[in-house]
Design a protein around this ligand. Structure first.
Ligand code: IMP
Length: 241
């Protein structure tokens, strides 16, 4: 990785082999190039990045959420795509569109690392609440949590909801991100059920899953239904071509 200049720390770890094994390589790669070098050696960098991380074989997942990474690495392994969790702080704008949020983060992550990467953004849309919390899911989860949502839904008999996910891919050869969407329909439960997963998993029951919430499923089973797995499969089949 000689083509990276050592300026700041970005942790890359948990490299997933194309065969689905989790090789716990805790790589602490120090990278980021200063803009002058970037202008001078851009072509070289593009060539090097493609050589080290060929399209269709390797992609970095910029996220701080291990659950998301764990779900993603399993889906990408179905396509023999190796992935590593890239911990890099990216801009997360407030916007009505999940796609815009994902795109902005992908552009920012690419600017900071120069690596071929995906960013994923998701939201829970509850029909009886006119789509709330939607793109504000992260903030609402931190402030109201699952219990707060259950309170808002207390007397509500219409409990339909869906999760939407957008995966944005960006690389030195594709500065403008390309996006892939996934959606799963389901209902909001009356109480929390299950301990697995994260976020709103204990209160979301996907359609056709024998009334199990996401939090009552192993990651493999969640991946049969989830918004994220669907978006990632679309990305992976495009990326592998
Ligand atoms: P993010 O901005 O993509 O991290 O997602 C926004 C919020 O939606 C997160 O804080 C989670 O609470 C929730 N969320 C996203 N994806 C899922 C999921 O697969 N299950 C449960 N909650 C999720």
């Amino acid at each position: 990785m000689a083509f990276y200049k050592n300026v700041s720390n970005i942790s890359v770890y948990l490299l997933n082999s194309p065969f689905g094994n989790l090789i716990c390589l805790r790589l602490r790669i120090i990278m980021r190039y200063c803009s002058q070098d970037m202008m001078r050696t851009r072509e070289v960098q593009e060539r090097n990045v493609s050589a080290y991380f060929p399209k269709g074989k390797v992609v970095f997942f910029a996220t701080g959420n291990f659950h998301k990474f764990d779900e993603a690495r399993r889906v990408l392994a179905e396509f023999k795509i190796a992935t590593a969790m890239l911990r890099v702080k990216t801009i997360e704008i407030q916007d009505d569109s999940i796609e815009n949020i994902a795109k902005t983060s992908a552009i920012d992550a690419l600017r900071k690392t120069g690596l071929p990467l995906i960013v994923e953004d998701a939201g829970l849309f509850i029909e009886a609440l006119n789509g709330f919390p939607g793109p504000y899911s992260s903030y609402v989860y931190r402030t109201l949590g699952t219990r707060g949502i259950l309170k808002l839904m207390d007397k509500e008999s219409q409990r339909e909801a869906y999760f939407l996910s957008v995966v944005a891919f960006s690389s030195p050869k594709r500065l403008r991100p390309i996006c892939f969407q996934g959606k799963v329909e389901g209902t909001i439960t009356h109480k929390e059920r299950g301990k697995k997963g994260f976020g709103f998993d204990p209160i979301f029951e996907p359609l056709g899953a024998n009334e199990k919430t996401f939090a009552e499923m192993e990651a493999e089973q969640k991946n049969e239904y989830s918004h994220r797995a669907q978006a990632l499969r679309k990305f992976a089949s495009w990326y592998s071509k």
